[in-house]
Design a binder for this molecule. Structure first.
Ligand code: NI
Length: 184
């Protein structure tokens, strides 16, 4: 793998719409990808990033989320799955790959994720609040699902013209910086 910085892919890029492949072994290349993904995420001021968002169709994501109590969770998960889920909660989301659009999305309120860390060890990640939201948003990315797919039909329809222009790549709005809405 070359060492060029990873480039963020935007709405309309086909990698964002395919189901990413499982990682067979967490090897040095996987660790290089994870490191480069953290760099890209911080550069773009996101709190989460999935590999398909940088054109890599593998089941890897990274998050760095600060909880309400100020506790910080920085982690990479390879081949992640939801093991437990409870309740539901609606909150505003943005996506680094769909800049300029922020919408309320309903997610499980509490989740337990299972996956491999950057050393290839199996880990369980219990999460609520913003971390739970970020993990679910990133898992969706690995299945080719974008947060706009989870909006009501009416909300989605209202966004159609903007999305169509974005897909045509002539109307990519710069993310207002800093945005109050978390993007991942
Ligand atoms: Ni996203």
């Amino acid at each position: 793998m070359d060492r060029k910085p990873l480039q963020l892919r935007y709405y309309g890029d086909p990698t964002l719409r395919r189901k990413a492949d499982a990682v067979e072994t967490v090897d040095p290349e996987t660790r290089r990808i994870i490191e480069a993904m953290f760099d890209c995420m911080y550069r773009e001021r996101g709190i989460g990033l999935a590999a398909p968002q940088v054109g890599i169709a593998r089941r890897i994501f990274v998050v760095d989320v600060e909880g309400e109590g100020g506790e910080r969770t920085k982690l990479a998960l390879v081949n992640p799955e939801i093991k437990e889920k409870r309740g539901s909660v609606t909150g505003e989301e943005g996506c680094l790959s769909i800049p300029g659009i922020h919408e309320d999305v309903k997610r499980h309120a509490e989740v337990v994720f299972e996956g491999l860390n950057e050393r290839g060890e199996r880990v369980l990640v219990p999460a609520q609040g913003l971390l739970a939201r970020a993990l679910q948003h990133e898992l969706d990315h690995l299945d080719g699902i974008l947060f706009i797919d989870r909006l009501s039909a009416i909300r989605r329809k209202l966004l159609e013209p903007k999305l169509a222009r974005m897909q045509a790549r002539d109307d990519r709005e710069p993310e207002p910086s800093p945005s109050a809405t978390p993007s991942f």
